[in-house]
Design a protein. Structure first.
Length: 153
């Protein structure tokens, strides 16, 4: 709330858009809480199949956007710390690791199915840059994306 008041008192370039986005985020969180009830307590250690499906579907549909644990936990109105533990128990990996694995898998798919440049694929799969994708891809797959694409074709 303090951020909105500050922007209202001292407008700067983009203030109107920034306040609008904050308002939308608040409205979204209120709607989620109303539709699911209150936030699950931190003692909750399991994700229902439905909740896990909601989160993983969201990740798949929005790979190109950065997602923090708080944002993912908010999808199912769960405390971020409890969500991290429950997600790891359900999938075997932390939410961030799951996200990275999905990005690498999507990059592999795009490398095979498209002629897009590595930079375009990096952007489309949510990596911060082509070099970040190359580093991560190489560590996970064992070869840089360009060489992997060439070898698989």
């Amino acid at each position: 709330m303090a951020t909105i008041l500050k922007e209202a008192r001292y407008p700067s370039l983009g203030s109107e858009l920034y306040v609008d986005l904050l308002g939308q985020e608040i409205a979204l969180q209120v709607l989620r809480l109303k539709s699911r009830g209150s936030v699950q307590p931190a003692t909750s250690t399991k994700l229902s199949d439905r909740d896990l499906s909601l989160v993983t579907d969201y990740i798949e549909e929005n790979l190109e956007y950065s997602k923090g644990v708080s944002q993912l936990a908010g999808i199912i109105s769960m405390d971020p710390y409890a969500f991290s533990r429950a997600f790891k128990a359900a999938t075997g990996c932390a939410p961030h690791q799951f996200l990275i694995e999905r990005r690498v898998e999507r990059a592999k798919q795009m490398l095979l199915d498209t002629t897009e440049s590595l930079a375009e694929i990096a952007y489309a799969t949510g990596f911060g840059s082509q070099s970040h994708m190359t580093y991560t891809f190489s560590n996970r797959v064992g070869a840089p994306p360009g060489a992997w694409r060439k070898a698989m074709r």
